[in-house]
Design a protein around this ligand. Structure first.
Ligand code: XMP
Length: 487
């Protein structure tokens, strides 16, 4: 029987180096035509990637894949929000109806911290604005917004297409605290606030197309609505469609890849397919037309596939299989999906020949992941659940696990669990540490690029004693490091 290894079973031996971590070049790709400036992609999971995560990760050079536990229209809207993103503009501001009460405004302020709230009608047309000045008087409690707001007729608004520097000038000249940007039909498109301009950050590493839009991907399944979903996503401008299933080496997935590649609306969009863990599966998916293949059967932190179904391949071996299957197809990307616990695992995945990694658990605690922050025992958490967990399958992801026709939720056979993970704040800090660890690894190996990392890697298999030696030992950790967690 073949032996199979995972991240904790190996280490990479150091080599002579003239490369400093800061000099390492992280350019790579997610698929044939979708480049990455940082080899990190966020998972299409409903507790990980919607537009906020996809924007935040693309701004740092990576890529977000929008999950599909949404209607096709909602998912396409999420893609549009990423595509329309312009640094400094808030493209999905919280709005309120003119019939709402001041109490509702106070609730938004309390829950979200926003103090400037545009008022729109049912069609999204801007009818006024509420700022602290209009709703903070005690005698106004309980009043209706339309009787208190500043009406649109008295507002300075900007037309869609205004640049950030023009918006800036207008805000300064008119002494505004918020500028609403509207389309020709007066519908609210975005807002720019003075506060956001003051703290506006530059993103020199943003992952953008030639027309200066952020790259974004989205997942589909192989179920009944999959093609319609893919067409809507393509119309919204998605750069890559991920056929995301638990068993990618299957007729349904290969047929879907072929369909997408032959459909007039989707044939120009890259297609990534998965998940698989063998050489033959990768070969077959490439033959079907895939531009990238996702590797990982059961390594994920929320996965139970290996223990429920008895199926899987430890991730280092699975990546090596994938790289063998890719062979000389240099344009195709191998994506190591799941099981990454610490930054050193990213170095190991890329050293084995993957072009990038996909992360769920390490990003689910970010401010930008979907879902509210939970306070438990004085600590902050966010929910994180497998797409094969009972609650996620109820929301729609059952087709990922071949259970699309199961109507009775009592009959689901889950392959994932529901849990929570520590809240980690804005994602740029997490990415900084993950990338910092990878850069350090490239420095140790003398690898100037990700391609060289794979060429120079000399892995060694370690024992249980080596594993214990690798982690902090014989000491009580008194302060958490930003890049190391105790189990
Ligand atoms: P990490 O380890 O980053 O893994 O949290 C994320 C990846 O796990 C996969 N995934 C699942 N696999 N049951 C599974 O067997 C599930 O419920 C499940 N949900 C997600 C997926 O590939 C993701 O990117």
């Amino acid at each position: 029987m073949q032996e199979a290894l995972t991240y904790d079973d190996i280490l990479l031996t150091p080599r002579y180096s003239e490369i400093l971590p800061a000099d390492a070049n992280l350019d790579t790709k997610f698929s044939r035509n979708v480049p990455l400036k940082t080899p990190i992609v966020s998972s299409p999971m409903d507790t990980v990637t919607e537009h906020r995560m996809a924007i935040a990760i693309a701004l740092e050079g990576g890529l977000g894949i929008i999950h599909k536990n949404l209607t096709p229209e909602q998912q396409a809207q999420e893609v549009l929000l990423v595509k329309r993103f312009e640094n400094g503009f808030i493209i999905d501001p919280i709005t309120i109806s003119s019939e709402a009460t001041i109490d509702e405004i106070h609730q938004i302020e309390q829950d979200k911290g926003y103090k400037k709230i545009p008022v729109v009608d049912e069609a999204g047309v801007l009818v006024g604005i509420m700022t602290e000045f209009y709703y903070s008087w005690p005698h106004d409690q309980g009043k209706i917004v339309k009787n208190v707001m500043k009406p649109a007729s008295e507002l300075t608004v900007a037309a869609e297409g205004i640049s950030l520097s023009e918006a800036n000038t207008l805000i300064r000249k008119e002494k505004l605290s918020v500028l609403c940007v509207v389309g020709e039909d007066r519908r609210l498109k975005s807002i720019v606030t003075r506060k956001d301009i003051e703290k506006n950050k530059k993103y020199p590493n943003a992952n953008k197309t030639t027309d200066k839009r952020l790259f974004v991907g989205a997942a589909i399944g192989v179920g009944k609505d999959a093609l319609k979903r893919a067409e809507l996503l393509a119309k919204a401008g998605v750069d890559v469609i991920v056929v995301d299933t638990a068993h990618g080496h299957s007729k349904g997935v290969m047929d879907m890849v072929k369909t997408l590649k032959n459909n007039p609306l989707t044939k120009n969009v890259d297609v990534v397919a998965g998940n698989v863990a063998t050489e033959n599966a990768v070969k077959d998916l490439i033959d079907a037309g895939a531009d990238g293949v996702k590797i990982g059967i059961g390594p994920g932190s929320i996965c139970t596939t290996r223990v429920v179904a008895g199926i899987g391949v430890p991730q280092i071996t699975a990546i090596l299989e994938g790289v063998k299957g890719k062979g000389e197809n240099k344009d195709i990307a191998i994506i190591a999906d799941g099981g990454i616990k610490l930054s050193g695992d990213i170095t190991k995945a890329l050293a084995m020949g993957a072009q990038c990694v996909m992360l769920g658990g390490l990003l689910a605690g970010a401010e930008e992941s979907p879902g509210e922050t939970l306070f438990i025992g004085g600590r902050m958490f966010k929910s994180y659940r497998g797409m094969g967990s009972l609650s996620a399958m109820e929301k729609g992801s059952k087709d990922r696990y071949g259970q699309e026709d199961v109507k009775d939720t009592q009959k689901f056979v889950p392959e994932g669990i529901e849990g929570r993970t520590a809240y980690r704040g804005p994602i740029d800090k997490t990415l900084y540490q993950l990338i910092g660890g990878l850069r350090a690894g490239m420095g140790y190996l003398g690898a100037a690029t990700i391609e060289k990392l794979a060429l120079r890697a000399k892995p060694v298999k370690i024992t249980a004693a080596g594993y214990i030696e690798s982690h902090p030992h014989d000491v009580i950790i008194t302060e958490d490091a930003p890049n190391y967690r105790r189990k």
